[in-house]
Design a protein around this ligand. Structure first.
Ligand code: FE2
Length: 222
């Protein structure tokens, strides 16, 4: 009879995990991380959910492979996971951040990478978590990557993230209209954002909003 103390845990089998087990660990880890965010900071959690929904639609519009779409949506769902390390008071303060507070805020990208890099099967999500504040023109952080050197998932999340930041209620600003949010994205296309992603999002939103607003969106595209 085998000694239970020396036997592998039942889910490990012969030492290698099955694909099904890896898929389950992957899914459960994302739910766990998302729930941790929800328990501590429901505002950021809701923001991440909306960003994930919009990022998924952009990715689908670009006809990306299904697995890539899922990775982009999942990365977006936990893109701000590094904010767990920040003070809630600083995160939701109405006044502008001091230089020191802003430096600490920026660390949520590196903190997010640090959290995920210890779990091998979450590595496909790091590109979005680590790089979603890079700018198309190279002026972002944490690495100052530019253009196509920025992972595609991060370029998609950046657009969805900015749109939600503009159109949702924050301690430091009132929620702006959808039209205003789209105008802002269009005005930063080619500087802050990948123009191809902004164009895709404008089309996604054009197909989603009521017909009365479509004329305004068509005007934006010109
Ligand atoms: Fe962020």
């Amino acid at each position: 009879m085998p000694d239970p103390a020396n036997s592998p845990p039942p889910f490990v089998g012969n030492g290698s995990l099955s694909e099904l087990e890896i898929d389950l660990f992957y899914e459960h880890s994302i739910v766990m991380l998302s729930n941790m965010l929800k328990a501590r900071d429901p505002v950021t959690h809701s923001h991440c959910q909306r960003v994930s929904d919009n990022a998924r639609q952009i990715a689908e519009h670009l006809n990306l492979p299904q697995l890539t779409v899922e990775h982009i949506a999942d990365s977006a769902l936990i893109h701000d996971i590094g904010k767990l390390a920040l003070s809630l008071e600083d995160l939701h303060k109405a006044e502008p951040l001091s230089a020191l507070e802003y430096e600490q805020f920026k660390s949520h990208t590196t903190n997010g990478k640090w959290i995920l890099e210890h779990i091998r099967f979450l590595h496909p999500l790091i590109g979005g978590v680590y790089h979603h504040h890079e700018r198309w023109d190279g002026g972002g952080y944490p690495l100052g990557l530019a253009g196509n050197a920025i992972p595609l998932m991060a370029r998609i999340i950046a657009v969805a993230d900015a749109f939600d930041a503009i159109t949702s209620q924050r301690a430091y600003q009132s929620a702006q209209s959808i039209e205003y949010g789209l105008e802002e994205l269009a005005s930063c296309s080619g500087t802050q954002f990948d123009p191809q992603i902004v164009d895709a999002f404008l089309i996604v939103m054009q197909e989603r909003v009521p017909p009365r607003s479509r004329m305004q969106l068509v005007a934006l595209e010109r």
